[in-house]
Design a protein around this ligand. Sequence first.
Ligand code: S3P
Length: 173
Amino acid sequence: MNNRNIILIGPMGSGKSTIGHIMAKKLNREFQDSDHYIEHKTGVDIPRIFDVEGECGFRDRETQALQELLQLNNQIIATGGGSVIREENQMLLKSNGFVIFLDTSVNQQMHRLRRDNKRPLLQTDNPRQRLESLLEIRRPIYLDLADLIVKTDRRLARKLANDIITQLPESLN
Ligand code: S3P
């Protein structure tokens, strides 16, 4: 690995943005959030992109965002939960940073996302079932990509961020 990016992967509601923000402050790095990057670039929010371009259009934008963000160095990057699906993205993530998987239960996701209406994939009659089936497909990929796996359940974000920092390889601290 010839760069010092730290990449957070994991499902919706695993706390990637919250933890990433805290880590960036503590490690004195810049924080990037791939969803925010896409929204900033397009000038519209994620639900709007799904409406107009469908999931496939959004995924194209997501790959583009990852390509751009991962050219940077020394960043803390929060990815979208589905960014690991495409093989092309998997290669990008693997070769451009230290990958941390925030491993979260569906219960915890449900709790964190209970008031959310910004995740198009959860606008269904049964969001729990949707989260379960997404996790079933994606968890093996998260596990495969991860350099570090961190269980997030019932832990305060600040404490979790501190714990993660102590587990980072020396070259990233
Ligand atoms: C998605 C996760 C979202 C966002 C989009 C699709 C997914 O990001 O990219 O709604 O497929 O799991 P977060 O993981 O930040 O919620």
